[in-house]
Design a protein around this ligand. Structure first.
Ligand code: SF4
Length: 227
């Protein structure tokens, strides 16, 4: 939502994006903008195109953002927290829209999210990141069924459970994510918070990185298991 300027109409912003990539002329760009708004499910796109973003609901603004991203006919769509700040109904609609666009337009979709429910619902493959590094990669079912990395396991434990007993405390991960300037200088980046840390090993040596596309985890416990 923050990507939209409140001082320009939806049409201004979309026509600019379309013409920046393939300039078909102003009139055709407007027609294409209306078609894109229609594709992302905005009702009455021929009038909504002249609205300012602040006149639209959060869900409609999110759809405009997606239409803007489609303006350049991408092969890959990167959606960074696409459903944050949306109510659950709108969230489900936006996720369904992304899935439909992915299928109909044959585009790859990269979702960046901390919402485990969204991951379970949407992803084929998952790359779990910690401090800017991929620490585990796995197909989604495998990741939820048998997470390898202690951080992934801790993340999954911290998801609220509807069957939890009353007053049962939610599991948390000890410590806090360090500031970018104060990452652990040596050893596994997760070692100051890891419940399974091996002193003398994890705090001095960095485990082998994960290759995206190959299921695995960057952790000595996993390395030992494989060995
Ligand atoms: S390498 Fe050590 S500190 Fe890092 S996640 Fe594995 S067990 Fe924990």
């Amino acid at each position: 939502m923050a990507s939209l300027s409140m001082q320009y109409t939806v049409g201004n912003q979309m026509i600019e994006a379309i013409r920046a990539h393939r300039d078909p002329g102003k009139h055709a760009a407007r027609e294409r903008a209306i078609a894109l708004l229609h594709q992302v499910g905005i009702p009455r796109p021929e009038t909504r195109i002249d609205a300012y973003p602040f006149q639209l609901s959060g869900g409609l603004r999110q759809r405009v953002g997606i239409a803007l991203a489609l303006a350049a006919e991408p092969d890959v769509l990167i959606a960074d927290e696409p459903t944050t700040a949306l109510d659950v109904t709108t969230q489900a609609q936006i996720l369904a829209l992304l899935r439909r666009l992915q299928r109909d337009k044959h585009i790859a979709l990269m979702l960046i999210t901390h919402d485990m429910g969204v991951i379970a619902q949407m992803a084929d493959d998952v790359a779990v990141m910690y401090l800017g590094r991929i620490i585990e990669f796995a197909p989604v079912r495998e990741l939820f069924r048998s997470p390898r990395h202690p951080y992934t396991r801790a993340l999954l434990r911290s998801v609220p459970d509807l069957d939890a007993k009353p007053r049962q405390r939610l599991a948390t991960i000890g410590g806090a994510v360090p500031q970018p300037g104060s990452r652990p200088p040596i050893g596994c980046p997760f070692h100051p918070r890891c419940p399974e840390v091996m002193p003398g090993r994890c705090d001095v040596t960095i485990p082998a990185p994960v290759s995206p596309g190959v299921a695995g985890a960057s952790c000595f416990l996993v390395e030992d298991l494989v060995a």
